[in-house]
Structures are given as structure tokens and as C-alpha cells.
Design a protein around this ligand. Sequence first.
Ligand code: CMC
Length: 437
Amino acid sequence: MGDNVTEPKNTLSIRDNRTGRDYEVDILDGDVIRAMDLRKIKVEESDFGMMAYDPAFTNTASTFSTVTYIDGGKGILRYRGYPIEQLAEKSSHLEVAYLLLKGELPTETELAEFVSDVTTHTYVHENLKDLLEGFRYDAHTMGMMVSAVSALSTFYPEAKNVRDPAVRWQQIVRLVAKMPTMAAYAYRRLRGFPYVYPENELSYTSNFLNMLFRIEAKNYEKPNPVLERALDVLFILHADHEQNCSTTTMRAIGSSGTDPYSALAGAMAALYGPLHGGANEAVLRMLERIGTLDNVPGFIEGVKAKKERLMGFGHRVYKAYDPRASIIKRTADEVFEVTERNPLLDIALELERIALNEDYFVERNLYPNVDFYSGMIYQAMGFPVEMFPVLFAIPRAVGWLAQWEELLRDPEQRIARPRQIYVGSDVRDYIPIGERG
Ligand code: CMC
């Protein structure tokens, strides 16, 4: 090297212009510095030190993770390195669940054992029905599910022992197995139908469809294999999505050492919001409100004027077409060959066509996300809108649990506790109520 050329170093030099002092902090893999390294930057020795201000954590990594990779700019999604397109085409939800939870694709024996474990844990305690009976007749299924999942912690008190990997695994299997049963029960409760018990010889999604829609034992036809497979593909697509709002909630609650049922109920509550997993329900309600193709241009004008949000569009991470949305669009075509074509599809396609050509959406990189087309498939399959967020939560339980497991194995993780910057009143004396102006 010549005299004037400096060797590249994996460090960042920071000059504090308030003091003229220079600092050097290490750069870790992937353009990352440790936020704690900023703490040494101070004006006075007694100062707290520098922090990063990041509302909504838009530029803060809370963990190293090996579960899911997303490149939002290129529209890439991989679970444990495997492209989502390959998993959706070739795998099954329980195989993907094993992959996410264990880190590797299973052998035939491992998969058979996992499927058998899950299948034999699908029953829930009979008392859970009493819990559901306590809800109002028209209670939203997601509200019932959040309560039912958290109630499971009372049936399995040993789940509190979160430092024991074997205990953790048992709760993971129970949750993956029981989510569809509880979801089906919540649906039957809403409809006022008698509950249908799990049937162990059916597949994960077939059993779920059976518990949901079976009306009488005689002459009952098994769920259509195309619909069974479509639901399995939708489950694969929803199984994990790295550090989103609900996963961050799962990790934050889990970091205090709480049991996985309570943590997962919290994650479900976070998912319920219309900006997250409640968006599929919001999309359907939006499409029904638009009603006809003639109303689409007026609706888009309302979105551009910020009177409305185009639900199912936009994403914090994806600034390209959400790869899950492309797969779901294809799945919709297959489903509509079996069911009736959902008439709302024409409105959705027109919304997408206009939006993808309008400056407002192009400039902001707003593309359809996972929730834009999924609701139309669910509706065509006979699900009421109240079930849409539940259908998101069932497969996402796998991702939440994989991330929770990773958290508990990570020696660097401690109880989650962000900082704040206090901007309220300085100290002041209490004034008795009679003397306040
Ligand atoms: N319709 C109209 N404008 C939008 C939309 C939308 N769906 N999404 C974002 N924008 C605009 C927003 O008004 C803002 O404009 P401006 O720069 O003029 O203020 C700009 O785009 C950036 O939006 P943001 O709200 O700052 O972006 P964010 O990263 O905080 O929010 C989002 C991401 C998903 C919450 C948002 O895009 C949204 O509300 N989408 C609709 C709800 C939805 O479909 N959610 C499902 C997300 S995917 C599945 C999941 O995560 O569960």
C-alpha cells in the first residue's frame, strides 16, 4: 500500500462537534453498530451518554436471527434460507413449521414423528368450551381466541418453566396442535353450531376444515383437496415474517420469562390491529364498501387526498411487490375454479391496476401486500370476515414460537426495556386542590 492509503478498518469514527472529541466504534456484520457504544459519547463525565431516538424501531435491530430473511427492496422472503416460492410449491405447513422451529428440514422419520405429535395434541380441555360459552353471542372470533390461548396457561402450569428446553418443546407442540381446534370452536360458537372434535386421521388443514364446516356425520364429504392445499399454502406464507409488530410483542413479553401461552396471546392481540393481521378483514370490508367498479376511481382519489387508506397495500419492509401476494394471487385462481369466483376480485384487480400506475403509490413504493388477496380466498372458501385475522394467527403461531425459542437461547437477550427521552415538566411542588387556579 502507498503511504497515503489507509487500511480499511471495520470501525466508525464519530466526531462530537460540541466537544471536538473523536470516538471510534466497531462495525459488526451488516452495517451495524452497537447502540450501547454510543453511550460513551458525553459532554460532561456525569452525563448519561448518547442514545439513538427511533420511534417505531424503523432503524433498530433488536436481535441477530437465523429464522427468516427478507430483502424488502428486491421482494425476497426466505425461511431458514429456503425461498418462500419453493416452500409454497413443494412443502407442507407442518414441514415448514418443523423447519422454522428446528432450523432444518426434517428427515422422513422426523417429519412423521412431528406430525404424529401435533396430531395427538389437537384436543383441548372440555373446560375451554365453558370459557367460550361465557362470551356474548356475537363475540369476535379473534377476541375469543386471544382469551382462549391465554387461558391455556392455566391448564399447563408447568409451562412457566421456560428455561427447560423439553418443557418449551412440549408447549410448542401443544400450541401448534391446538390453535386450529380453538379457532374452529370460536367459529362454531359464533355460528351457534355444536363443536366438532378433531379427527386424527385427517391432515392438519383437512382436520381444521372438518372441525369448522362439518354439519352432520352422515353424508359428510371430506374437504375438497384443492381447498385443503390452498389453505396449507396460505399457512406456509403466513408462518413467519421476522421482527414485525406481533413478533416483537412475543419477544418483549417472552423476555420477562412469562409462559408461551400468555406471550402468544399478547402477540395475537398485536396482530389483531387493522394495520397488521387485521388488514385482511379491513380489505374485505373496504372492497364491500366500494361495491362496484365505477366507485374505484373515486375511492383512489380519496386515498390520494388521505381521507382513506388503501388497505392491503404498503409495507414497512417491502418496497417492491410482496412475494407472498404474487403466490396468493395464483392460489386465488385455483380456489375460484372450485368455488364461485369472488365478485370482489374485479374490484381488487381494478384497484391494483390503477394504484400501480398512479404517482402517489409509485413514489411511496406502495404495492399489494399479503393481505390484499387472501381475504377473497377465505371468503370464497366460506369463512366469515371475523375469521380472517384468526386464519393469520394459526400459522403465525409457528413463527412466534420459533422466535421465542431463539430469544430464550440467545445469551445476549435480557428483559426488553427501551429508553425514553423525558420532555415533561421539570420538578414542581404539589398544590392542594382548593388552591389550584
Ligand atoms: N394507503 C395509502 N397511503 C399509504 C398506505 C396505504 N395503504 N400505506 C402507506 N401510505 C402512505 C402514508 O400515508 C405515507 O404517506 P406520506 O409520506 O405522504 O405521509 C407513506 O405512504 C408512508 O407510510 P407509513 O404509514 O409511514 O408507512 P409505515 O411503514 O409506517 O406503514 C403499513 C406500513 C403497512 C402500516 C402501511 O403501509 C399501511 O397502513 N397499510 C395498510 C394496512 C395494511 O395493509 N397492513 C398489512 C401489512 S402486511 C401484513 C402484516 O404486517 O400484518
